[in-house]
Design a protein. Structure first.
Length: 379
C-alpha cells in the first residue's frame, strides 16, 4: 500500500504550471466559490477550480457566470472548467477564458446532471469520442494555459470506453487528465471502479508517459487516498465530497504530522470560512442562506451536532451563526478532537445528490438559455 502523504505532498508538473502537491479540489456547483476555495487552499489544496462553466454562458457574458469567475487576490493557483454543446462553442469560450488569467483550463466530459447531458455537454462527450478529439485539439490551438480534461470511465455501465477516451485526451495534447471511476448513470453510492481508472491511465501513458493522470472518486481520508493510489497508479487525487465540511482533508493528505482538529481548531477554521464568506457576500439573509449548507456540513464529528445542524438549517445572519458556533464550542473541553465520539466521516446520504442530480441546481437560472446556462456539479 502506498504511503499517501509522502506521495501526495510532492510537487506535480502540470504543463508550464507547478503544483505544490498532488491533492486537487474539484469544481463543485454551489460550493467552490471564493470563500470555500480560500479555506481549502489555507489547509493545503494544491489546485482549486471555480464552478464549472458552460460555453454558451461564457460567450454571451452571462452575469452569473462571470460572477462565478471572480478571483480573490490571495488565490495563487486557480483553474477554470468548461463544457459545451459542440466543438465551436467550446473552442470559442475556451479562447475567451484563456484571456481571463486562469492558471489552467479543464474541459469537463463527465458532469452527470440531466440538463447538461441532454444539451450535449458534460458526460454526453463520452458518447461521441471523435468530438472529444476535435474539441480538445481545437481548444489546444487557441489557449496558452495548461489544458486538461476530466472524464468518467463510460457513459453507462454497458458502455465502458475509458481505454478509447484516454488516448484521445493524450494525443490531443492535454497537459493532464482526471478520471472519475464511475459511469454517468452511477449514483455516488456505487463503488469506484479502480481497475478502470488504472486501465485509462495506462492507455494514456502508452502515448504520453509524462502526462499526469489524476484519480477522482471516494477520497475521504488517508485510507481511501492510499486505496486510490495503490489500485490505480495515478499521479494525484481530486477531492470532491470529501472536502464538504472538511477542508482539513487537504492537510490530512499532505502533512505527516496531521491530527484531526480540536474543537478550538475546528471553531477557528469555521469562523475563518465565515469571515471569508462575509467579506465576499456581506452579512445579509442571502449570504446566510448561501452559507447554510457549509455550516450543516461542518456540524459533524462532535457530540450533539444534530441540534447545531437544526439551528443552521434556518439561520438568517452570519453573526448569529458565529455566536452559535462559539457558544457550542465553549461547552466542551478545548482539547476534544473531531470524530473522537465515533461519528462517521462519510455522509450516510450524498449531501449534494438532491442539490444537483435531482433538481439540476445551477442550470438554466440566469436567462441565457435554460438548457445550457449556469453551472453544475462536476465531481
Amino acid at each position: 500500500m502506498i504511503d499517501p502523504v509522502t506521495f501526495l505532498a510532492r510537487p506535480l508538473a502540470w504543463g508550464s504550471l507547478t503544483l505544490p502537491n498532488r491533492v486537487l479540489l474539484a469544481p463543485l456547483a454551489g460550493v467552490t466559490d471564493v470563500p470555500f476555495r480560500r479555506i481549502c487552499a489555507d489547509y493545503g489544496a494544491g489546485l482549486t477550480y471555480v464552478e464549472m462553466l458552460v460555453s454558451v454562458a461564457v460567450i454571451y457574458h452571462s452575469r452569473r457566470t462571470y460572477e462565478m469567475m471572480n478571483r480573490h487576490h490571495s488565490e495563487q493557483r486557480l483553474g477554470v472548467q468548461l463544457t459545451g454543446r459542440n466543438v465551436d462553442e467550446v473552442v470559442k469560450a475556451a479562447g475567451m477564458l484563456d484571456r481571463e488569467g486562469f492558471d489552467t483550463i479543464d474541459i469537463n466530459m463527465g458532469c452527470p446532471v440531466r440538463k447538461v447531458v441532454h444539451s450535449g455537454s458534460g458526460s454526453a462527450f463520452l458518447k461521441d469520442t471523435q468530438r472529444i478529439s476535435d474539441t480538445l485539439a481545437g481548444v489546444k490551438a487557441v489557449v496558452t494555459r495548461p489544458l486538461s480534461a476530466k472524464c468518467r470511465i463510460g457513459f453507462t455501465r454497458e458502455a465502458l470506453n475509458i481505454t478509447e477516451v484516454a488516448p484521445r485526451i493524450a494525443t490531443a495534447g492535454c497537459d493532464a487528465m482526471t478520471i472519475h471511476g464511475r459511469t454517468r448513470d452511477c449514483t455516488y453510492a456505487a463503488p469506484v471502479q479502480y481497475d478502470k481508472i488504472r486501465e485509462g491511465a495506462e492507455a494514456a501513458r502508452n502515448l504520453r508517459r509524462d502526462m499526469p493522470v489524476i484519480g477522482n472518486g471516494n477520497v475521504f481520508d488517508r485510507q481511501t487516498a492510499a486505496l486510490m493510489l495503490t489500485r490505480t497508479g495515478v499521479d494525484g487525487v481530486m477531492v470532491s465530497r470529501g472536502a464538504l465540511g472538511n477542508p482539513w482533508l487537504f492537510a490530512e493528505l499532505t502533512d505527516p504530522g496531521f491530527r484531526q482538529p480540536t474543537i478550538r481548531e475546528w471553531l477557528d477554521g469555521v469562523l475563518r470560512h465565515l469571515d471569508y464568506h462575509q467579506e465576499h457576500y456581506g452579512d445579509s439573509e442571502f449570504a446566510a442562506r448561501a452559507m447554510r449548507k457549509h455550516l450543516i456540513w461542518y456540524a459533524n464529528g462532535f457530540p450533539y451536532c444534530a441540534a447545531l445542524r437544526g439551528f443552521f438549517n434556518t439561520v438568517t445572519s452570519l453573526e448569529a451563526a458565529k455566536a452559535e458556533l462559539s457558544s457550542y464550542a465553549a461547552r466542551y473541553p478545548s482539547e476534544l478532537r473531531r470524530y473522537e465520539d465515533g461519528s462517521a466521516r462519510v455522509f450516510k446520504e450524498d449531501p449534494k445528490y438532491q442539490m444537483d442530480r435531482e433538481i439540476d441546481r445551477g442550470v438554466g437560472d440566469d436567462g441565457v438559455e435554460s438548457s445550457t446556462s449556469g453551472s453544475s456539479t462536476c465531481y
